[in-house]
Structures are given as C-alpha cells and as structure tokens.
Design a protein around this ligand. Structure first.
Ligand SMILES: [Zn+2]
Length: 285
C-alpha cells in the first residue's frame, strides 16, 4: 500500500505577513519565517492551508514558475509549521497512552477538592485511596504540620510527594520530595528546629489544631500553582521545587525558600547532594 504524505500547515501557527514579501508562522512564538515570497510560493501556501500531497505541491509550484530546488528549500523552511505526518502523530499518541500517570491526593478540605477538579480538567487521573500506592505522585494537604507518619509512608514507598500546608498566614507549597534525591520533609522539620529550638514543642501542639479555613482566593491561588507543578512533574519537566518551597500569603505575595538535606536526617540523601547555601534561603520570588 502506498501512503501518500499530505503536507498541511498547522493551524496552531497562524500565518501573518511581516512585509510585502515575508511571511511568519506563529505569533507569540514564531516557528517559521519565509522570505522572498513569490507568486509561486503564494500558490503553494494556499494549497498547504487545505493540505496537499507532496507530489501535488511540487506540481503546483513548478506550474507557477518555481524550480524543484526552490520548492525543496521552501518546504525545509516551512517544516516546523507543518502538521506532523499521520504516522508520527500516531506514535506520539501511543507513547502518551503507554505512560498514563496518576496522582493521589492525601488529605481533605476545599483545596483538596478543588485540586481534584483542576486535575480532572487537565486530564490527569486521580488514584482512589485503595490504589494510592500505584500513584506516580502524591499531593499532601495539611494544616500547620504533618503527622510524620503521613509523609513517612510515601518516603518508604519511594513515591514523590508534594506537601501543601495551610497556616494562619497563608500556605507553604513544597519542597517536592523525590525520595533519595532531594531533601525530605523530616529534613525540613529538623531545619526549622535549628532556627527555632522551641519548634518541636510547638509542632506537637499543632498536630491536632486547624487554623481558620483558607480563603477561597488563597485556595484558588495555591491550587493553580499545585496543579501546574503536578502537570510539570508528570510530563517529566524540571522539578522547580526540588529543595525549594513557596510561601504564598493571603494577598498572593510569594516567597521562595531553599531547603537542604539535613545531616541528622536518615532519609538517605547524601548531605551536599541537594544542599544549597543556607544564606540563599528566604529570598523573594
Ligand atoms: Zn531527610
């Protein structure tokens, strides 16, 4: 069976004229620029908007006065703006299907519910409680401090986890823990006790205490950030909160904090591996 390759401009990259003889495809992020546009090229562009077999494009171009090498050069310039051939799209879809990743939401409350909805809109499956151990990422919601058993569970199972803690002046998102490769939440607690020796006593009192419910505005702000972090993580993009956390205050002001692997923590990360200079902590985002 002979498969005829159809060449077609990708409608995601709008075509505009930069000058009377130069076109650009894509506005915010131009993917191709073609200069010295001749009437023959205009004929080919018109055909490419609807889609045309490669042989048909050469025929049209040559009839309109372009020679073979000019058409080849034109196609090369235009390639990033063309729809990928059907077989390539098929492979991409199959590859995406083969690695459907899911998230477990550990915790309750309006922000947990809101995140569930946001992940649904992003097409990210959420694991029910019974299948939580199969998750590729866990988002933990809590107030003030976590009962250590909550995050120990995910650390032991080697499942990356992202904590979201609401307090009485906003929320802290992160660090995104990649077990064995970045500071864990025990490291973060030890670090806090280093800066405030009374912290362990205070933390013990906060385990069962809830701050006033987070405002809808703070919840929306936090959930939007968490949903984007989850999406990035599942897509394999850089972990922006590896050894970092974000403090989001009720007015939407964001501060970025650096965390380090604590030398007294037994999480198995070699101190120094994910250590950043403590001096650089608490800088504004
Ligand atoms: Zn640790």
């Amino acid at each position: 069976m002979i498969v005829r390759m159809i060449l077609k401009l990708n409608p995601e990259h709008p075509l505009v004229w930069r000058s009377p003889d130069t076109i650009q495809l894509g506005i915010d992020r131009p993917v191709a620029v073609v200069d010295r546009v001749t009437p023959a090229i205009e004929v080919m562009l018109f055909a490419l908007q609807a889609g045309v077999p490669r042989s048909g494009l050469y025929m049209l171009g040559e009839e309109a006065g372009a020679d073979h090498s000019t058409i080849t050069a034109f196609l090369k310039q235009l390639r990033p703006a063309l729809v990928a051939p059907a077989h390539e799209r098929h492979h991409a879809i199959e590859a995406a299907r083969a690695i459907v990743k899911s998230v477990h939401i550990d915790g309750a409350g309006q922000s947990a519910n809101r995140l569930r909805g946001a992940l649904g809109e992003l097409g990210i499956p959420v694991c029910p409680d019974g299948e939580a151990d199969e998750a590729d990422l866990v988002v933990l919601f809590g107030y003030y401090v976590f009962d250590p058993e909550r995050h120990r569970r995910w650390l032991r199972r080697d499942i990356p986890h992202l904590p979201v803690l609401f307090g009485d002046n906003g929320a802290r998102i992160g660090p995104m823990v990649e077990p064995g490769d970045s500071p864990c939440l025990f490291c973060v607690e030890l670090e806090r006790a280093d800066t405030d020796p009374a912290w362990p006593a205070i933390a013990a009192q906060l385990l069962t205490r809830h701050p006033p419910a987070e405002s809808v505005r703070l919840s929306l702000d936090v959930v939007a950030r968490v949903a984007a972090l989850v999406d990035d993580h599942l897509a394999g993009r850089t972990n922006r909160l590896r050894a970092h956390s974000l403090g989001v205050d009720p007015n939407g002001h964001v501060t970025r904090h650096v965390h380090r692997v604590h030398e007294r923590c037994g999480c198995g990360v070699l101190p120094g591996l994910a250590t950043l200079t403590p001096d650089s902590s608490r800088r504004s985002a």
